[in-house]
Design a protein. Structure first.
Length: 94
């Protein structure tokens, strides 16, 4: 499984939903699992992004589908990054 970082910015609609129903975040995480992926870590953040999620997914196509599905709802805008463990990165450079 590959690791991806999802940098999420809530829209006004998304912020209102989270304010009224904070558990919605966990519900979305469960939805992500229906695509064969899993949220490993998740943080609420200040600054340019509202939520940072570390997600494990079987392949690029799966994470693209997840990002498009979540983004199409109009409650969040997601920037998705592919992540490589640093030890693997170093090994690949040798």
């Amino acid at each position: 499984m590959a690791t991806y970082i999802l940098l999420s910015r809530l829209t006004d609609t998304g912020a209102a939903t989270i304010k009224d129903h904070p558990d919605r975040i966990k519900e979305v995480n469960q939805e992500i699992e229906t695509y064969g992926a899993r949220v490993l870590h998740q943080y609420a953040t200040l600054g340019a992004y509202d939520v940072v999620s570390v997600v494990e997914a079987p392949d690029l196509a799966s994470i693209v589908r997840i990002s498009l599905e979540l983004g199409s709802r109009g409650s969040v805008r997601i920037q998705t990054l592919s992540a490589l463990p640093i030890d693997d990165f170093i090994a690949d450079l040798k």
